[in-house]
Design a protein around this ligand. Structure first.
Ligand code: COA
Length: 328
């Protein structure tokens, strides 16, 4: 079981750091040096998470004609769904010709895409589904307070999509590592429609975080989960050809590479142009690196995410294709 097609989409509206420097107490230099982010994309009014997801799937269909044949399960990882129900997955399915497919959303913050991939892999392996379309899509700009310099500068909007199905022997998924620990939950949270944190933490309408705590957690868990995923796959982190990490902060990715002894060039990073797109960030980075030919069949990939929950997820896979440029 593996990934047979990839696609991505980011809204056209570019928001450079200068946008925030114009009205918040921040600077381009501060944002770049502390996070590595230069700009991000924002959805325009009326553009929702399902719109972005549909565009990512259309990109996949253009590049890999026929890739949706046999898809009877659609999963969408998102923390910014159009609605609680209908699910964003069902809304996307209905617009890309997958009427009747099972569809559900997964809400695991920035780890959501890894969780969704593992659910897809398990459901296809169990015979519950033949093939699965897995999407990560977010309009983070609407759940982040654009007046809060601590969070506004970090997040952006986007979507990525992959198809999970059978691949040639010796390639595809090798292991998954998933976990969550609510002890760290108050470090990063977003209000639900009718909830509050169990410890009574008052919740405002927007995403809130303790940046320093999340940073420390992210550095530790990215390293630990990647090492564990490679160990379960029968290898070592040094065997990784491409690390495709959640795109939260380049300093988090640098720390993981240093721990592994991997050059930073072996990590796919595009957060300089997109910021943190939460559940969309990993498929957005994967699609870009497949498209530009960095990722080639036979290479060892390690996907790793972390975020609210606090949660984490990692997947080791040997890339089976699609070959670079296929269908492009
Ligand atoms: N511009 C200028 N100053 C800012 C700022 C901004 N946009 N945001 C925060 N600051 C200030 C802080 O208020 C703090 O001021 P203080 O020392 O007077 O209290 C100072 O900069 C330093 O803050 P600190 O938290 O030490 O900076 P940092 O180097 O840790 O970087 C983050 C801050 C948020 C970029 C970093 O902690 C981070 O990326 N954390 C992880 C967040 C994340 O990835 N969340 C999503 C996970 S999925």
């Amino acid at each position: 079981m593996g990934i047979t097609a990839v696609g991505a989409y980011a809204p056209a509206q570019v928001i450079p750091n200068a946008h925030y420097a114009a009205y918040l107490d921040t600077t381009d230099e501060w944002i770049v040096s502390r996070s590595g982010i230069c700009e991000r994309r924002h959805a325009t009014e009326g553009e929702t998470t399902s719109h972005l997801g549909v565009q990512a799937v259309r990109d996949l269909m253009d590049r890999y004609p026929g890739a949706l044949d046999g898809v009877d399960l659609v999963l969408c990882a998102t923390s910014s769904p159009d609605a609680m129900f209908p699910s964003t997955a069902a809304l996307i399915a209905g617009q890309v010709g997958l009427k009747g497919a099972a569809a559900m959303d997964l809400s695991v913050a920035c780890s959501g895409f890894l969780y969704a991939l593992s659910v897809a892999q398990a459901m296809v392996a169990a015979g519950t589904a033949r093939r699965a379309l897995v999407i990560g899509a977010e309009v983070m700009s609407r759940v982040v307070d654009q007046q809060d310099r601590n969070t506004a500068i970090l997040f952006g909007d986007g979507a990525g999509a992959v198809v999970v199905g059978p691949v040639p022997a010796g390639t595809g998924f090798q292991s998954f590592v998933l976990g969550a620990d609510s002890a760290g939950g108050p470090s990063l949270f977003l209000r639900g429609v009718c909830g509050a944190l169990p410890d009574g933490t008052p919740m405002g309408p927007y995403l809130e975080q303790n940046g320093r705590e999340v940073f420390k957690f992210a550095v530790r868990i990215l390293g630990d989960s990647a090492e564990e995923a490679m160990r379960r796959a029968g290898g070592r982190v040094q065997d990784i050809d491409w690390l495709i990490p959640h795109q939260a902060n380049v300093r988090i990715i640098q720390a993981a590479c240093e721990r592994f002894g991997l050059p930073l060039e072996r990590a796919v990073t595009n957060l300089d142009r997109y910021g943190n797109t939460s559940a969309a960030s990993i498929p957005l980075a994967l699609a870009e690196a497949v498209r530009d030919g960095r990722i080639q069949p036979g290479q060892q990939l390690l996907l790793a995410g972390f975020g609210g929950g606090l949660s984490w997820g990692a997947a080791a896979l040997r890339w089976s294709g699609p070959a670079a440029g296929a269908g492009a």
